[in-house]
Design a protein around this ligand. Structure first.
Ligand SMILES: [Zn+2]
Length: 85
């Protein structure tokens, strides 16, 4: 089981969290083309190594935050609040 460091609550077991997919995906403008909307909706990277992910502390503070996790080792390298780089 992963131990995930929530930037608001501290380290907690994985069971308290929900995975939210890839982090730092910008929503296109309303005037974007159908191809741009399709890319936003369906295209994600499949990184081998450090990968920025969105998580929610569902059974804790309820907040969203980001985690950088190495996909080859499942090791969490850092976590940070949404809006931070
Ligand atoms: Zn929390």
């Amino acid at each position: 089981m992963l131990l995930i460091p929530c930037p608001y609550c501290g380290v907690r077991p994985e069971l308290e969290f929900s995975y939210g997919g890839q982090a730092h995906i910008a929503r296109p403008q309303t005037s974007a083309s159908a191809e741009e909307w399709a890319a936003f909706q369906y295209e994600r990277v499949n990184t081998r190594g450090p990968h920025a992910e969105r998580w929610r502390h569902t059974h804790g503070c309820g907040r969203f935050f980001n985690v950088v996790r190495d996909t080859t080792t499942d090791q969490i390298l850092r976590s940070y609040r949404s809006g931070e780089r």
